[in-house]
Design a protein around this ligand. Structure first.
Ligand code: KIV
Length: 273
């Protein structure tokens, strides 16, 4: 079904949505086919997340993902949903090394994919980087709370902002990113009251994942929502379908039909000229 809403076209539109009290719905996308479906279904923002490394490529973390891979997937998503607002993640080691690297690599993402914006992980330590990106006309989304690219430093994927000092640090990070020019911030795996308080303080939207209902929008990994990921079932994911099971049944039926000779039928075959 095609949604009747006007597509979001500029980063500032998300701030306007927040001012109107309108929540934005985001999903990850990694390929043209799903991107087309999401665009038609009225998703406000498509994130080509570096979660592509885990969900699509089977790595254990996002760390191995390269800029070339993000550009490949980013281009596919933009081609599948040319009307959608597409954000592409800057992968590990493409912006932490220097501000110059960040501008160069983010610029390549915009030039070579046609995406609308980039996203990077981190707070005050990256405010200068964000400022330079935005000054260079590269719209930038922040990412706070659980930072998957910091998995080695964190020793896993723990809840963030769980005590008062950590919650205060998160709020200060969010303020710094807003001041530096981010048009929105992803808040990942943060207690709901902390995320709500941060969302209420900010003028830009906070897009939550595992951060409760008080955020200005929500994002999920598409494969989790569709039930395509078997083992990964954190409490913040709502599975709206079980496509993994459907796919398994379909492939099972195909194998059966090939083996018993019922596929292909005459109607599925070409006659002699
Ligand atoms: O990489 C990703 O998919 C993300 C989302 C979890 C927000 O950053």
């Amino acid at each position: 079904m095609t949604a009747s809403v006007r597509p979001v076209t500029a980063p500032a539109d998300f701030r306007a949505m927040k001012q109107r009290g309108e929540r934005s719905a985001w999903l990850t996308a990694y390929d043209a086919a799903f991107a087309e479906i999401l665009g038609r279904a009225g998703v406000d923002g498509l994130l080509v997340g570096d979660s592509v490394g885990q969900v699509f490529a089977g790595f254990g973390t996002t760390l191995p993902v390269t800029l070339e891979q993000m550009i490949y997937h980013g281009g596919a998503v933009v081609r599948g949903a040319p009307e959608s607002f597409v954000v592409v993640d800057l992968p590990f080691l493409t912006y932490q090394t220097s501000v110059r690297d960040a501008v160069w690599n983010a610029g390549r993402v915009l030039k070579e994919t046609g995406a609308a914006a980039v996203k990077l992980e981190g707070g005050r330590a990256f405010a200068r980087t964000v400022r330079r990106l935005v000054r260079g006309s590269i719209p930038t989304m922040g990412h706070l709370g659980l930072l998957p690219q910091s998995v080695r430093a964190l020793g896993g994927y723990p809840l963030q902002g769980a005590d008062e000092a950590a919650a205060t640090a998160l709020r200060d990070d969010a303020q710094a990113l807003q001041d530096a020019g981010c048009f929105a911030i992803v808040l990942e795996k943060v207690p709901a009251p902390v995320a709500r308080a941060i969302s209420e303080t900010l003028e830009i939207p906070a897009i939550g994942i595992g951060a409760g209902a008080g955020c200005d929008g929500q994002i999920l990994v598409l494969y989790d929502l569709l039930g395509l990921t078997g083992r990964f079932r954190p409490r913040f994911v709502r599975r709206y379908a079980e496509l993994g099971q459907d796919a398994g049944r379909a492939v099972h039926a195909y194998v059966r039909d090939v083996k018993d000779g019922s596929f292909p039928s005459e109607a599925e075959s070409y006659e002699a000229p």
